[in-house]
Design a protein around this ligand. Structure first.
Ligand SMILES: [Zn+2]
Ligand SMILES: [Zn+2]
Length: 170
């Protein structure tokens, strides 16, 4: 095919140039996206009518796109394809609160000795569970911060951000 051509005539196979008058068929089955028909002249359109057994059809005069039109369309299609390749990660409540372990995350002996050293007080075992819930909330928020930055790794700064603003719901 001639490099200057836009399409080929579906009947005579002659090239149809850019920015030139060509003809389409009025029948929708002749304009399917996968295999649309293009005609360089009304004569060529006429020739396909008996072949396709059209009853009520006419030729539609159109103008082929210019070279820059085609380039722009290709660019837009490329950009759309690229967007599809890298979907944004969106972390939902279900993803963060769904089927995840709800274990105690605090090392009881370490925490108890910290509180003892700091204050001389004892620590109830329930504190471990309450603190674990607290840590999970902070983690959920940190996960959202990482997702917002399009990262797959939660960093210490994601946690620091939560600590500064305070975990959601107090
Ligand atoms: Zn033709
Ligand atoms: Zn047709």
């Amino acid at each position: 095919m001639d490099e200057e051509a836009w399409r080929k005539c579906s009947t005579c196979k002659n090239p149809i140039a850019h920015s030139i008058v060509f003809y389409e068929c009025s029948v929708s089955t002749c304009n399917r996206k996968r295999l649309p028909l293009f005609f360089c002249s009304v004569e060529c359109w006429d020739a396909h009518v008996p072949m396709m057994r059209h009853r009520d059809a006419w030729a539609i005069e159109k103008t082929s796109p210019s070279k820059s039109d085609v380039a722009r369309e290709t660019e837009a299609a490329d950009a759309a394809a690229k967007k599809k390749e890298a979907p944004r990660r969106i972390v939902t409540e279900a993803a963060t609160n769904g089927d995840v372990p709800q274990d105690v995350l605090i090392i009881a002996s370490k925490l108890k000795s910290y509180i003892k050293a700091r204050s001389g007080m004892n620590t109830s075992d329930g504190v471990m569970r309450a603190l674990s819930d607290h840590v999970r909330q902070i983690c959920n928020e940190a996960i959202r911060n990482a997702a917002r930055d399009d990262r797959k790794t939660v960093l210490d700064r994601d946690v620091a951000k939560v600590a500064r603003s305070g975990p959601p719901g107090g």
